[in-house]
Design a protein around this ligand. Structure first.
Ligand code: SF4
Length: 450
């Protein structure tokens, strides 16, 4: 394995060199497949598709593949529901060696039949995820789904997502295509004043918080995609006047398709931190073009900011000067986190994402200092090296990054799908500040580092 020196040290694969930079270089290679053997932190194509579709609360999810792929369930990507609970189950065709040799289509047909016979309440919507081995043996998943749709008169939508066929971003795209398949037949419905929220998965009830803000300032929410959604609410999405896109990585493509097919414009938003939450509320209100709603948004944001500022001021002296490492899924969230740390007087010294885009990395570079290390599609060795080198006090990441931080004796904040309290909106700001404070200033790190 060939290694080269970056920043005066060895330890980074040559093929990864262009995906790591500082503000001085401001030229990062991204939106490309992971380097073989680099042990990327990224999830696979199937996982990308599943994370977007799984929160649809009354959908049944059949994983057509070996049982291992089905271990990716609600339990590790928990989103909350105000209605159905079907999405908390996972079904698998459990493909074995003989199925690989003779094909798995009969098994998939039987799995759908079994669900239709036994599942309560009766399925209205089934997603069939074809994973790696199905991509290799070439089962005609689409044909099985088409036949099942005709037989049962319900929607059975194939998601051909072999893990090896690209990056997690491709999985997002496949999920967006599946949603379009679901809602396209409902394109012709009268327009209503209101928005769809795209790219929020209702982790710890965050969708409810954002929806509540919009409703308080006079903006009806027509459909939530996909947090706390259902078949019935999703198919109303074509009637909305505006799409607001929270997680651009997973849902920008869906917004583009909805603009083409239904004429719904979109804007990107982020509800993490005071600055981004305030700006997002004002931009949504202003885009809708009703002065009274814009005035409501300004009043609401000013009141909530006034309430939250004392919390920031209380904890800021305990956090000022601390150094943070960020490794999250998309660039938009990383940008919000850098701003949140700046509000607390902290510095982001390492910033990485799994699927960031060129324009997002440009914004990241404009917000950080000259020496901050910016990484696309990092692996644990790189994260360990740069977090150590930059003397990070805390890592903000997800379930895959948590053990890395703890092994290094470093504080950690889960900002991904395992979080148990909301981190979005004004409520989320308080939770975030408290969590960062409790973790970073815990006395345990002194013992673990000595
Ligand atoms: S990489 Fe392939 S085998 Fe592994 S979870 Fe993803 S789809 Fe399944």
């Amino acid at each position: 394995m060939r290694q080269v020196a970056i920043y005066g040290k060895t330890g980074v694969l040559e093929e990864r060199k262009s995906s790591i930079c500082t503000r001085r270089e401001n030229d990062i290679s991204c939106e490309r497949e992971s380097v073989s053997g680099a042990v990327s932190q990224r999830a696979c194509v199937y996982c990308g598709a599943r994370v977007v579709l799984n929160p649809i609360t009354d959908a049944y999810h059949i994983v057509h593949g070996p049982i291992g792929c089905a271990s990716y369930t609600w339990d590790i990507r928990g989103s909350l529901t105000s209605g159905a609970e079907m999405f908390r189950n996972s079904f698998s065709t459990d493909l074995r060696e003989t199925d690989i040799v003779f094909g798995g289509m009969k098994k998939l047909t039987s799995a759908i039949d079994e669900l239709m016979e036994n599942a309560k309440p009766a399925p209205k919507l089934i997603f069939v995820f074809a994973t790696c081995i199905v991509g290799v043996i070439g089962d005609d998943t689409e044909a099985v789904c088409r036949i099942a749709e005709a037989k049962y008169g319900i929607r059975v939508i194939p998601v051909k997502a072999p893990g090896f066929s690209g990056t997690k971003s491709l999985g997002y795209r496949l999920a967006c295509d599946a949603i379009m398949k679901l809602i396209l037949p409902h394109a012709n419905q009268p327009k209503r004043f209101g928005v769809n929220i795209l790219g929020d998965f209702n982790l710890a009830g965050e969708m409810w918080i954002i929806k509540g803000y919009l409703e308080q300032i006079g903006i009806p929410v027509i459909s939530t995609i996909t947090g706390d959604s259902s078949y019935k609410t999703l198919i109303q999405a074509p009637s909305a006047t505006l799409n607001i896109v929270q997680c651009a990585g997973s849902s920008a493509y869906l917004a583009e398709r909805m603009e083409t097919e239904f004429g719904i414009p979109s804007i990107r938003v982020s509800f993490f931190g005071i600055e981004d939450t305030t700006n997002s509320l004002l931009r949504v209100a202003d885009t809708l073009g009703k002065p009274e709603i814009s005035a409501n948004a300004r009043k609401f944001a000013a009141e909530r900011t006034e309430q939250i500022l004392p919390v920031i001021e209380k904890y800021r002296p305990h956090l000022e000067g601390k150094r943070a490492a960020i490794f999250v899924g998309g660039g938009f969230k990383a940008i919000s986190l850098i701003r949140q740390f700046n509000e607390l007087g902290m510095e982001a010294v390492v910033v990485g994402t799994q699927t960031g885009k060129k324009d997002e990395y440009e914004v990241i570079n404009s917000l950080v200092s000259c020496d901050t290390v910016v990484l696309d599609d990092a692996n644990p060795a790189e994260l360990e090296r740069f977090m150590t080198e930059k003397k990070a006090d805390i890592l903000v990441g997800g379930v895959k990054e948590r053990p890395l931080a703890y092994k290094l004796g470093m504080a950690f904040c889960d900002h991904n799908h395992e979080r148990k309290h909301p981190l979005a909106g004004f409520e989320g700001i308080e939770n975030f500040v408290m969590e960062i404070h409790k973790s970073i200033n815990s006395p345990v790190w002194e013992y673990s580092r000595n």
